[in-house]
Design a protein around this ligand. Structure first.
Ligand code: FES
Length: 138
């Protein structure tokens, strides 16, 4: 597909020609993707701003998700198990890499406050992150 246009104007016999190139860049704020929580009855959240963390999206959709350090990557209480779409998440952040080295975060786990998504992702609430007042599905 051609991503440019050329316009010609000719008032009073003169001709002005210019070309405009359109960027194929897709704004991360206008994209839409899906975040599914498997053991919360496969609840699906529509995500529009891909620059925000999983934790932000969970909270903005009213999902009660454990977090103890104010989303600063200083605890692991916001841990999420990634069921599918691990490749659609950002690279692990420095705190996540440190927790992996310490054996506190597995390869298929991410901190919800550190991870952002670029396409559909399905996660689970780990046993350690389950809240007593929330009902979970298998
Ligand atoms: S809320 Fe503490 S690491 Fe995410």
């Amino acid at each position: 597909m051609d991503n440019s246009a050329m316009c010609t104007f000719g008032p009073s016999g003169s001709t002005l020609v210019f070309a405009v190139e359109f960027s194929l860049f897709q704004s991360t704020e206008n994209a839409m993707t899906k975040l599914t929580i498997e053991n919360l009855f496969h609840r699906e959240l529509e995500v529009h701003d891909l620059s925000k963390s999983l934790l932000h999206h969970l909270h903005s959709h009213g999902v009660d998700w454990m977090h103890s350090c104010g989303a600063k990557g200083r605890c692991t209480t916001c841990k999420a198990i990634v069921v599918s779409g691990l490749q659609h998440l950002n690279a692990p952040t420095a705190p996540e890499l440190r927790y992996r080295q310490e054996g506190l975060l597995r390869e298929n786990e991410r901190l919800a406050c550190q991870a952002t998504l670029q396409d559909d992702v399905c996660i689970r609430v780990p046993e350690s992150g389950k809240l007593p007042h929330v009902q979970y599905s298998p």
